[in-house]
Ligand binder design. Structure first.
Ligand code: SAM
Length: 191
Protein backbone atom coordinates (compact mmCIF):
# COMPACT_ATOMS: atom_id res chain seq x y z
CA UNK A 1 0.00 0.00 0.00
CA UNK A 2 1.35 3.39 -1.00
CA UNK A 3 -1.13 5.49 0.99
CA UNK A 4 0.83 8.44 2.41
CA UNK A 5 4.02 7.21 0.67
CA UNK A 6 3.54 8.20 -2.96
CA UNK A 7 6.56 10.52 -2.77
CA UNK A 8 8.62 7.45 -1.84
CA UNK A 9 7.18 5.52 -4.80
CA UNK A 10 8.01 8.33 -7.24
CA UNK A 11 11.34 9.00 -5.53
CA UNK A 12 10.74 12.76 -5.21
CA UNK A 13 8.46 15.33 -3.57
CA UNK A 14 6.91 16.73 -6.73
CA UNK A 15 3.15 17.43 -6.63
CA UNK A 16 0.77 14.64 -7.62
CA UNK A 17 -1.81 15.37 -10.30
CA UNK A 18 -4.45 12.78 -11.10
CA UNK A 19 -6.87 12.07 -13.93
CA UNK A 20 -9.93 10.11 -12.88
CA UNK A 21 -11.46 8.11 -15.72
CA UNK A 22 -8.30 8.39 -17.80
CA UNK A 23 -9.41 5.98 -20.53
CA UNK A 24 -6.42 5.08 -22.74
CA UNK A 25 -4.27 7.79 -21.13
CA UNK A 26 -3.47 10.10 -24.06
CA UNK A 27 -3.97 13.28 -21.98
CA UNK A 28 -2.03 12.00 -18.98
CA UNK A 29 0.96 10.87 -21.05
CA UNK A 30 1.19 14.16 -22.92
CA UNK A 31 0.98 16.04 -19.63
CA UNK A 32 3.64 13.82 -18.04
CA UNK A 33 6.00 14.29 -20.98
CA UNK A 34 5.59 18.09 -20.86
CA UNK A 35 5.93 18.44 -17.06
CA UNK A 36 8.63 16.13 -15.66
CA UNK A 37 8.43 17.87 -12.26
CA UNK A 38 4.82 16.78 -11.72
CA UNK A 39 3.91 13.21 -10.83
CA UNK A 40 0.84 11.90 -12.64
CA UNK A 41 -1.53 9.18 -11.48
CA UNK A 42 -4.15 7.83 -13.88
CA UNK A 43 -7.25 6.22 -12.40
CA UNK A 44 -9.42 3.96 -14.55
CA UNK A 45 -11.83 1.34 -13.30
CA UNK A 46 -11.78 -0.92 -16.38
CA UNK A 47 -8.63 -2.97 -16.87
CA UNK A 48 -9.43 -3.58 -20.57
CA UNK A 49 -9.24 0.20 -21.19
CA UNK A 50 -6.26 0.70 -18.90
CA UNK A 51 -4.29 -2.00 -20.73
CA UNK A 52 -3.94 0.30 -23.77
CA UNK A 53 -2.36 2.98 -21.55
CA UNK A 54 -0.04 0.43 -19.96
CA UNK A 55 1.13 -0.74 -23.42
CA UNK A 56 1.84 2.85 -24.48
CA UNK A 57 3.66 3.59 -21.22
CA UNK A 58 5.82 0.49 -21.81
CA UNK A 59 7.05 2.23 -24.99
CA UNK A 60 7.44 5.69 -23.45
CA UNK A 61 8.74 4.67 -20.00
CA UNK A 62 7.87 8.01 -18.43
CA UNK A 63 9.26 8.07 -14.87
CA UNK A 64 6.55 10.39 -13.54
CA UNK A 65 3.43 8.33 -14.28
CA UNK A 66 1.57 5.53 -12.48
CA UNK A 67 -1.81 3.91 -13.08
CA UNK A 68 -4.45 2.64 -10.68
CA UNK A 69 -7.19 0.25 -11.76
CA UNK A 70 -9.82 1.17 -9.17
CA UNK A 71 -13.15 2.94 -8.83
CA UNK A 72 -12.66 6.57 -7.78
CA UNK A 73 -14.72 5.89 -4.65
CA UNK A 74 -11.80 3.82 -3.35
CA UNK A 75 -9.30 6.69 -3.60
CA UNK A 76 -9.29 7.52 0.15
CA UNK A 77 -7.97 3.98 0.74
CA UNK A 78 -5.04 4.70 -1.58
CA UNK A 79 -4.13 8.33 -0.73
CA UNK A 80 -3.60 10.12 2.58
CA UNK A 81 -5.58 13.28 3.31
CA UNK A 82 -4.25 16.11 1.15
CA UNK A 83 -1.74 13.92 -0.73
CA UNK A 84 -3.01 14.95 -4.20
CA UNK A 85 -2.45 18.44 -5.69
CA UNK A 86 -4.90 18.44 -8.59
CA UNK A 87 -7.63 16.26 -10.06
CA UNK A 88 -8.61 16.23 -13.73
CA UNK A 89 -12.02 14.92 -14.79
CA UNK A 90 -12.09 14.71 -18.57
CA UNK A 91 -15.23 13.78 -20.51
CA UNK A 92 -16.64 11.84 -17.59
CA UNK A 93 -19.56 9.52 -18.31
CA UNK A 94 -22.73 11.68 -18.26
CA UNK A 95 -25.14 9.17 -16.65
CA UNK A 96 -28.16 11.10 -18.04
CA UNK A 97 -30.87 9.34 -16.02
CA UNK A 98 -31.74 11.06 -12.72
CA UNK A 99 -31.61 7.77 -10.87
CA UNK A 100 -27.93 7.40 -11.88
CA UNK A 101 -26.92 10.95 -10.86
CA UNK A 102 -24.83 9.72 -7.94
CA UNK A 103 -22.54 7.89 -10.41
CA UNK A 104 -21.52 11.21 -12.03
CA UNK A 105 -17.95 12.12 -11.12
CA UNK A 106 -19.04 15.69 -10.22
CA UNK A 107 -21.83 14.54 -7.85
CA UNK A 108 -21.60 15.40 -4.12
CA UNK A 109 -20.61 11.80 -3.34
CA UNK A 110 -17.45 12.10 -5.47
CA UNK A 111 -16.73 15.73 -4.47
CA UNK A 112 -16.51 14.44 -0.88
CA UNK A 113 -13.85 11.93 -1.98
CA UNK A 114 -11.85 14.69 -3.70
CA UNK A 115 -12.21 16.90 -0.60
CA UNK A 116 -10.52 14.18 1.42
CA UNK A 117 -7.48 13.47 -0.77
CA UNK A 118 -6.84 16.97 -2.21
CA UNK A 119 -4.37 19.41 -0.64
CA UNK A 120 -5.84 22.58 0.91
CA UNK A 121 -5.08 24.62 -2.21
CA UNK A 122 -5.92 21.75 -4.56
CA UNK A 123 -8.29 22.06 -7.51
CA UNK A 124 -10.59 19.98 -9.68
CA UNK A 125 -10.47 20.68 -13.44
CA UNK A 126 -13.40 19.34 -15.41
CA UNK A 127 -13.91 19.26 -19.20
CA UNK A 128 -16.90 17.95 -21.12
CA UNK A 129 -18.87 18.54 -24.31
CA UNK A 130 -22.07 17.46 -22.53
CA UNK A 131 -24.07 20.60 -21.69
CA UNK A 132 -26.47 18.75 -19.37
CA UNK A 133 -23.59 17.33 -17.34
CA UNK A 134 -21.91 20.74 -17.29
CA UNK A 135 -25.12 22.46 -16.07
CA UNK A 136 -25.55 19.76 -13.43
CA UNK A 137 -21.92 20.21 -12.29
CA UNK A 138 -22.31 24.00 -11.99
CA UNK A 139 -24.97 23.26 -9.36
CA UNK A 140 -23.67 20.10 -7.69
CA UNK A 141 -20.11 21.39 -7.15
CA UNK A 142 -21.06 24.59 -5.24
CA UNK A 143 -23.72 22.59 -3.35
CA UNK A 144 -20.84 20.36 -2.15
CA UNK A 145 -18.93 23.31 -0.59
CA UNK A 146 -16.72 24.24 -3.54
CA UNK A 147 -16.52 27.42 -5.58
CA UNK A 148 -16.21 27.65 -9.33
CA UNK A 149 -13.04 29.59 -9.99
CA UNK A 150 -13.27 29.61 -13.78
CA UNK A 151 -15.80 28.43 -16.36
CA UNK A 152 -16.24 28.56 -20.11
CA UNK A 153 -18.65 26.92 -22.52
CA UNK A 154 -16.28 27.21 -25.47
CA UNK A 155 -12.79 26.42 -24.24
CA UNK A 156 -11.13 26.25 -27.66
CA UNK A 157 -12.25 29.80 -28.56
CA UNK A 158 -11.63 31.29 -25.12
CA UNK A 159 -8.60 32.93 -23.48
CA UNK A 160 -8.15 29.64 -21.56
CA UNK A 161 -7.31 27.73 -24.76
CA UNK A 162 -3.57 28.41 -24.46
CA UNK A 163 -1.73 25.33 -23.20
CA UNK A 164 -4.84 23.13 -23.35
CA UNK A 165 -3.91 19.47 -23.87
CA UNK A 166 -6.65 17.62 -25.72
CA UNK A 167 -7.89 14.26 -24.50
CA UNK A 168 -8.88 11.44 -26.81
CA UNK A 169 -12.60 12.22 -26.39
CA UNK A 170 -11.96 15.95 -26.73
CA UNK A 171 -10.36 15.40 -30.16
CA UNK A 172 -13.27 13.24 -31.23
CA UNK A 173 -16.03 15.60 -30.06
CA UNK A 174 -14.42 18.87 -31.11
CA UNK A 175 -13.77 17.48 -34.60
CA UNK A 176 -17.57 17.03 -34.83
CA UNK A 177 -17.97 20.74 -34.01
CA UNK A 178 -19.06 20.29 -30.38
CA UNK A 179 -17.94 23.19 -28.16
CA UNK A 180 -15.91 22.07 -25.15
CA UNK A 181 -16.91 23.25 -21.66
CA UNK A 182 -14.41 23.61 -18.82
CA UNK A 183 -14.55 24.61 -15.18
CA UNK A 184 -12.04 24.75 -12.35
CA UNK A 185 -13.29 24.28 -8.77
CA UNK A 186 -11.53 24.97 -5.47
CA UNK A 187 -12.73 24.68 -1.87
CA UNK A 188 -15.15 27.39 -0.75
CA UNK A 189 -13.09 27.65 2.45
CA UNK A 190 -9.42 26.66 2.66
CA UNK A 191 -9.12 23.62 4.94
N1 SAM B 1 -10.71 10.88 -19.96
C1 SAM B 1 -10.67 10.17 -21.21
C2 SAM B 1 -10.84 11.13 -22.36
O1 SAM B 1 -11.25 12.29 -22.13
O2 SAM B 1 -10.52 10.76 -23.51
C3 SAM B 1 -11.73 9.04 -21.26
C4 SAM B 1 -13.16 9.48 -21.13
S1 SAM B 1 -14.29 8.10 -21.02
C5 SAM B 1 -15.80 8.75 -21.62
C6 SAM B 1 -14.63 8.02 -19.27
C7 SAM B 1 -13.80 6.97 -18.54
O3 SAM B 1 -14.02 7.12 -17.13
C8 SAM B 1 -14.17 5.55 -18.89
O4 SAM B 1 -13.01 4.84 -19.32
C9 SAM B 1 -14.71 4.97 -17.57
O5 SAM B 1 -14.41 3.59 -17.39
C10 SAM B 1 -14.02 5.84 -16.53
N2 SAM B 1 -14.76 5.95 -15.26
C11 SAM B 1 -16.06 6.29 -15.11
N3 SAM B 1 -16.41 6.28 -13.82
C12 SAM B 1 -15.30 5.94 -13.11
C13 SAM B 1 -15.02 5.76 -11.73
N4 SAM B 1 -15.98 5.90 -10.81
N5 SAM B 1 -13.77 5.43 -11.35
C14 SAM B 1 -12.79 5.25 -12.29
N6 SAM B 1 -12.99 5.39 -13.62
C15 SAM B 1 -14.23 5.74 -14.04
Amino acid sequence: MWKGRWAELFGNEYPIHMEIGMGKGKFLMEMAKAAPRINYVGVERYSSVLLKAVQKQEELLLPNIRFLCIDALELPEMFADGEVGRIYLNFSDPWPKDRHAKRRLTSPRFMKVYDQILAADGSVEFKTDNMELFDYSLESIPASGWKIEMETRDLHHSPYAAGNVMTEYEEKFSSRGNPICKLIAVRERMK
